[in-house]
Design a protein. Sequence first.
Lengths: 290, 275
Amino acid sequence: MKRHRTSALILASPWILTFFLIWAFPLVYSFVIGLTNYRIFSPEQFDWVGWSNYKQLFSDQDFINALKNTFIFVIGTIPITTVISLAMALMVNRRFKGRELFRAGYFLPSVTSMVVVALIFTNLYQRGGYIAMLASMVGITPPEYGFLYSNATALYSIMAMDIWMSAGYFMLIFLAGLKSIPDELYESAEIAGASAWRRFRSITLPLLRPVAVYVLVINSIKSFQVFVEIFVMSKGKFETMTAVYFVYETGLTTGFESGYASAAAYVLFAIIAVFSIMLFAVMRQRRPVW
Amino acid sequence: MVDRGTVAGKITRYLVLLIILAIMIFPLLWMFRVAFMPPGSSVSLTALFGGAFTGSNFADLFTEIDIGWNLFNSAFVGLTVTVGNILFCFMVAYALARYRYLANKLLFVSVIVVLMIPMHILIIPLYILSVKTGIYDTYWALILPWLVNPIGIFLVKQYIETIPPSMEEAARMDGAGEFRILFRIVMPMCKPALAVLAIQVFFTNWNSFLFPFILTSHDNLRTLPVALALFQGHQAIDWQHLMAGSTVAVIPVLGLFLFMQRQIVSGITAGAIKQ
């Protein structure tokens, strides 16, 4: 047994090391420096400042804006992505010719890198670009310098792209959930004379609930951290500054305010944690919320 | 469910499906089209169906813009990290699946961590850590932290638990050493799970931007997505070349996707169904 214990430890060591070095230590470390005015490139002026970074954050208009934009992003994309991906899953769940082709096509954006997608949409959104043309066709005047150069449209344009990109991914997860619902349930409901809508309401939706919780939680943790598309498409300008972008800008560009940025990251962490717990609580209620 | 709709219903359904398909693949088609437009020509909307084609943008990428290094970095880092994950996730998963007392605690902690800690909040401490340890701006920073991942461990552990331990016991009776059993007997049996793992790790790594971006600064160390993201905004680079570079970044994953769709799908859905 002793020998086994040692070999088990050796085998598990890659994860033990990674866990402590990449997760546990940085997590504690950034909390600690969040209580200081530490700057990585000027370590000579180092003081404990207690909670004052946090106090300062909540009077920092840039940070408040970043949080506001992050919330708009999360609240605006998640419900739409969830509904669209569920609808797509229902459509390609039935048997018909070419089903595999549609599934693959819908999923295609999800295997592409976010950088590439963001570059393509930067082109599509530009002044005189494809989407401006489509907008004029339906009678909407596109912003003069392109969709990404206007306070009114930049963030929403990035959100639309995000929905386009992740719908196929969550469709796959919903499909797996649909597959786990036994056919007999539908058959007996049909024999009992239940309409298609009724079968959807009373069988599909309740049984998909665990998968839906998973989709919502995964998507919100991902969306609260939105960064890459902002970096590529707008650099946080035109009201697109998000929380992680704020952390990046204050902590890893001019100034390198490591302490202040770490505190900001912790505020985001707390928000994500509270949001996820609330999501679990709401979705766990007996009475269906939908 | 067998489809019993009317002909009109069927046509409507196919129409809706096709419209969605068009929306989903149009941006990628547009990327391919722009990549083949002659440099200097205006990226005009009508060009989607007509206009000239040229492959010279791709040649320029490797001669003038020099993304060869970036492509090499992406491939080298991607493959190394994938091989590392196959080996290390398997080792850890085996320990968790077969040695019970370790399993409960470790797995519990790692799964909670991965589900609840959004990794982007760690950019500041990981940046500082990489600077202080000296791995900042080296290949080590692109490889070392990512050699094992909890979702991968979880995936392989689930699979190992479906394999009856009788084979290992028989080998042990014959006097085979633990590591021989591990790599000669158990590992080959885990091939399906390891394939899923490999695909998922390679995709994630190939497409990843944030950490390769903040942990390096030399142009020579940039992976392809980082290089592309930084090209944007350079006045010197036009859309034709940017889209050609994007095409180069997308082709390998598209190819893998076409051939290994089943593994990709099971990798994504494993987490959702298992909880």
